[in-house]
Design a protein around this ligand. Structure first.
Ligand SMILES: Cc1ncc(COP(=O)(O)O)c(C=O)c1O
Length: 384
């Protein structure tokens, strides 16, 4: 799909105008149930946990955008991931990247393990060693590329090919780059997941999760899981997400441009001892990311040198708000060791390359000179 086609789908995909009123904006069907017109005759909409027209439009649109066939919307990214993990059973093993999103790891480790499912961390950035990591009970591999917060890149097509040859499902969490920059289904992924709370919604006003699939048999099984577990996205939130998604392309173009400029600026600053951003030619993920994605996105990280106080640095930021989350029009800063990855043991954090000195920046839409000035002021204010 071309960039132009994608941009048109963001606005028009799966909806022209409301057939009853001509409304340009999709109606919010705030209803729990529907009249059954004839006894025993199936209807597409009979109860909103199973299907709701506002949610259905969102589900159809995300499927088009990801170039998949079936979309599903959930009340959060974690609800979406929970539903995906319900595809597996006791004794199944899931392979995950070393720096998998902490919430997904907690879900696997603290909850699905109780049902007899196992997980194992592997290096998804190295397809050669990955081939040897599968066991006879491996049923799926989860990928994130780039990862959070060290922005490590995996070769999605290569990993999906290995998974396919082992008859194992490949699941890609595409939260950070979104289908605007990266479409894993076109690279062979079986399942794409989103925390749509982030870039897709884009305005910090809704929690949402999305799943896209391509295979009809898997889709039937998954529809039953969505209906049975019931963590679906409400109609108003579906509308908010559809509204936010309309500007995805323009937001992401600008945010990734600013992120690259900030990454380059940080490279020139001695306060940043390491900059993590696969849009930099010096980054180990640059070549693969440039091949498989349209950009490196709006997220970057850096290590603050020992001559600056981390607490003072984060509290001196004014535009980069210290907050969990990312992907919104507001720029945000995160200290992974005490925030997003606090629930992970210090040893595991170390293994994942998340030191106490790591700062993650999610670049929003404020003026670029203001954002750089904000960082510069915080560097000055936090000198020891
Ligand atoms: C990569 C990734 N996946 C999933 C999630 C969970 O999404 P949510 O917070 O919408 O439940 C997050 C949240 O930060 C995330 O960063």
């Amino acid at each position: 799909m071309t960039k132009d086609e994608f941009e048109t789908l963001l606005i028009r995909g799966a909806f022209e105008t409301d057939p009853t009123t001509g409304a340009l904006t999709p109606p919010i069907y705030q209803t729990a149930t529907y009249k059954q017109f004839e006894l025993g005759v199936e209807q597409r909409f009979d109860y909103s946990r199973s299907a709701n027209p506002t949610r259905a439009l969102l589900e159809d649109r995300i499927a088009l955008l990801e170039e998949g066939r079936y979309g599903y919307a959930f009340s959060s990214g974690m609800a979406a991931i929970t539903a995906v993990l319900c595809l597996f059973r006791s004794g199944d093993e899931i392979l995950v990247p070393r720096d998998l999103y902490g919430g997904t790891l907690r879900l696997l480790d603290a909850h699905f393990k109780n049902f007899g499912m196992n997980w194992r961390a592997v290096d998804t950035t190295d397809p050669d060693s990955l081939g040897r990591a599968f066991s006879s009970s491996t049923r799926a591999i989860i990928l994130e590329s780039p990862t959070n917060p060290t922005l490590r890149v995996s070769d999605i097509a290569a990993v999906c090919e290995i998974a396919r040859s082992r008859k194992v499902l490949s699941i890609v969490d595409n939260t950070f780059l979104t289908p605007y920059f990266q479409r894993p289904i076109t690279m062979g992924a079986d399942i794409v997941i989103h925390s749509a709370t982030k870039y897709l919604a884009g305005h910090n006003d809704v929690l949402a999760g999305l799943v896209v699939l391509n295979d009809e048999t898997l889709a039937e099984q998954f529809l039953m899981i969505q209906k049975s577990t019931g963590g679906v996205l409400p109609p108003f939130d579906s509308y908010l997400l559809l509204r936010g998604m309309k500007t995805l392309a323009v937001r992401l173009d600008r945010e990734s441009e600013s992120a690259l400029a900030i990454a380059k600026w940080l490279l020139s600053r001695q306060e940043a001892t390491h900059v993590y951003y696969p849009g930099l030619e010096t980054d180990p993920g640059y070549a693969i990311n440039s091949r498989q994605a349209g950009s490196a996105g709006g997220l970057l990280s850096f290590d603050l040198d020992e001559k600056h106080d981390i607490k003072k640095f984060t509290s001196s930021l004014e535009l980069f708000t210290l907050a969990e989350s990312l992907g919104s029009v507001e720029s945000m800063a995160c200290h992974p060791a005490t925030m997003s990855h606090a629930s992970i043991s210090a040893e595991m954090r170390e293994e994942m390359g998340i030191s106490y000195r790591l700062i993650r920046l999610a670049v929003g839409l404020e003026g670029l000179p203001h954002l750089i000035r904000d960082l510069e002021k915080a560097f000055d204010a936090s000198k020891l």
